[in-house]
Write a protein that binds this ligand. Structure first.
Ligand SMILES: Nc1nc2c(ncn2[C@@H]2O[C@H](COP(=O)(O)OP(=O)(O)O)[C@@H](O)[C@H]2O)c(=O)[nH]1
Ligand SMILES: [Mg+2]
Length: 103
Protein backbone atom coordinates (compact mmCIF):
# COMPACT_ATOMS: atom_id res chain seq x y z
CA UNK A 1 0.00 0.00 0.00
CA UNK A 2 1.50 3.31 -1.04
CA UNK A 3 1.67 6.16 1.44
CA UNK A 4 2.17 8.77 -1.23
CA UNK A 5 1.85 8.96 -5.00
CA UNK A 6 4.29 11.14 -6.88
CA UNK A 7 3.20 12.76 -10.12
CA UNK A 8 5.49 14.70 -12.41
CA UNK A 9 4.10 17.18 -14.92
CA UNK A 10 6.43 17.34 -17.89
CA UNK A 11 6.91 18.39 -21.51
CA UNK A 12 7.10 21.54 -23.64
CA UNK A 13 6.80 25.06 -22.31
CA UNK A 14 3.52 26.94 -22.59
CA UNK A 15 1.45 23.78 -22.64
CA UNK A 16 -0.18 24.57 -19.30
CA UNK A 17 1.89 22.43 -16.90
CA UNK A 18 2.14 25.00 -14.12
CA UNK A 19 -1.43 26.21 -14.62
CA UNK A 20 -2.71 22.63 -14.36
CA UNK A 21 -0.83 22.08 -11.13
CA UNK A 22 -2.02 25.39 -9.67
CA UNK A 23 -5.63 24.68 -10.71
CA UNK A 24 -5.54 21.16 -9.23
CA UNK A 25 -4.22 22.37 -5.89
CA UNK A 26 -6.36 25.51 -5.54
CA UNK A 27 -9.55 24.52 -7.37
CA UNK A 28 -9.46 27.52 -9.67
CA UNK A 29 -7.61 28.52 -12.82
CA UNK A 30 -4.70 30.85 -12.00
CA UNK A 31 -4.46 34.24 -13.71
CA UNK A 32 -0.69 33.96 -13.67
CA UNK A 33 1.80 31.34 -12.55
CA UNK A 34 5.54 31.14 -11.93
CA UNK A 35 7.49 29.33 -14.66
CA UNK A 36 8.11 26.37 -12.33
CA UNK A 37 6.01 25.85 -9.21
CA UNK A 38 7.38 24.22 -6.06
CA UNK A 39 6.33 20.61 -5.36
CA UNK A 40 2.70 20.73 -4.31
CA UNK A 41 0.62 18.33 -2.29
CA UNK A 42 -3.00 17.99 -3.40
CA UNK A 43 -5.68 18.48 -0.74
CA UNK A 44 -6.08 15.32 1.37
CA UNK A 45 -9.63 14.71 0.15
CA UNK A 46 -8.79 15.20 -3.53
CA UNK A 47 -9.24 11.48 -4.20
CA UNK A 48 -11.62 9.24 -2.27
CA UNK A 49 -8.90 6.83 -1.15
CA UNK A 50 -7.12 9.75 0.55
CA UNK A 51 -3.63 8.70 -0.56
CA UNK A 52 -1.58 11.90 -0.54
CA UNK A 53 -0.61 13.04 -4.03
CA UNK A 54 2.52 15.09 -4.50
CA UNK A 55 2.89 16.83 -7.87
CA UNK A 56 6.17 18.14 -9.17
CA UNK A 57 6.28 20.79 -11.87
CA UNK A 58 9.24 20.83 -14.24
CA UNK A 59 11.08 23.26 -16.49
CA UNK A 60 11.09 22.60 -20.23
CA UNK A 61 14.51 24.17 -20.76
CA UNK A 62 17.71 22.30 -21.51
CA UNK A 63 19.04 23.48 -18.14
CA UNK A 64 16.15 21.69 -16.49
CA UNK A 65 16.91 18.38 -18.21
CA UNK A 66 19.03 16.84 -15.44
CA UNK A 67 16.44 17.77 -12.82
CA UNK A 68 13.65 16.32 -14.98
CA UNK A 69 15.53 13.03 -15.33
CA UNK A 70 15.96 12.85 -11.55
CA UNK A 71 12.28 13.55 -10.98
CA UNK A 72 11.24 10.90 -13.50
CA UNK A 73 13.21 8.24 -11.63
CA UNK A 74 11.12 8.88 -8.52
CA UNK A 75 7.77 9.35 -10.26
CA UNK A 76 4.85 6.95 -10.00
CA UNK A 77 3.16 8.61 -12.98
CA UNK A 78 3.88 11.35 -15.48
CA UNK A 79 1.28 13.86 -16.66
CA UNK A 80 1.86 15.04 -20.23
CA UNK A 81 0.28 18.26 -21.42
CA UNK A 82 -0.27 19.85 -24.82
CA UNK A 83 -1.91 23.05 -26.00
CA UNK A 84 -5.06 22.45 -28.05
CA UNK A 85 -4.41 25.51 -30.19
CA UNK A 86 -0.85 24.33 -31.00
CA UNK A 87 -1.15 20.90 -32.67
CA UNK A 88 2.62 20.64 -32.90
CA UNK A 89 2.75 20.28 -29.11
CA UNK A 90 0.62 17.14 -29.45
CA UNK A 91 2.87 15.75 -32.21
CA UNK A 92 5.90 16.44 -30.02
CA UNK A 93 4.56 14.05 -27.41
CA UNK A 94 4.92 11.24 -29.94
CA UNK A 95 8.00 12.36 -31.82
CA UNK A 96 10.09 13.56 -28.90
CA UNK A 97 8.76 13.18 -25.39
CA UNK A 98 7.36 9.67 -25.23
CA UNK A 99 10.79 8.10 -25.76
CA UNK A 100 12.05 9.94 -22.67
CA UNK A 101 9.61 8.06 -20.49
CA UNK A 102 10.17 4.55 -21.76
CA UNK A 103 12.60 2.68 -19.53
N1 LIG B 1 -7.10 29.01 -22.50
C1 LIG B 1 -6.28 28.31 -21.72
N2 LIG B 1 -5.08 28.81 -21.44
C2 LIG B 1 -4.27 28.08 -20.66
C3 LIG B 1 -4.65 26.80 -20.15
N3 LIG B 1 -3.62 26.32 -19.40
C4 LIG B 1 -2.66 27.26 -19.46
N4 LIG B 1 -3.04 28.33 -20.21
C5 LIG B 1 -2.26 29.54 -20.50
O1 LIG B 1 -1.11 29.15 -21.25
C6 LIG B 1 0.03 29.91 -20.86
C7 LIG B 1 1.15 28.96 -20.42
O2 LIG B 1 0.71 28.27 -19.24
P1 LIG B 1 1.77 27.69 -18.20
O3 LIG B 1 0.97 27.02 -17.16
O4 LIG B 1 2.74 28.73 -17.76
O5 LIG B 1 2.53 26.62 -19.12
P2 LIG B 1 3.89 25.83 -18.83
O6 LIG B 1 5.00 26.65 -19.44
O7 LIG B 1 3.75 24.52 -19.53
O8 LIG B 1 4.03 25.68 -17.35
C8 LIG B 1 -0.45 30.83 -19.72
O9 LIG B 1 -0.72 32.10 -20.29
C9 LIG B 1 -1.72 30.17 -19.22
O10 LIG B 1 -2.63 31.11 -18.68
C10 LIG B 1 -5.95 26.30 -20.48
O11 LIG B 1 -6.36 25.20 -20.09
N5 LIG B 1 -6.72 27.11 -21.28
MG1 LIG C 1 5.61 26.19 -16.11
Amino acid sequence: MKHQVRLVVAVDRCTGKSSLLAAASSGRFPESVSPVLPPTRLPADYYPDAVPVMITDTASSLEGKAKLEEELKQADAVVLTYACYKPETLSRLQTFWISKFVV
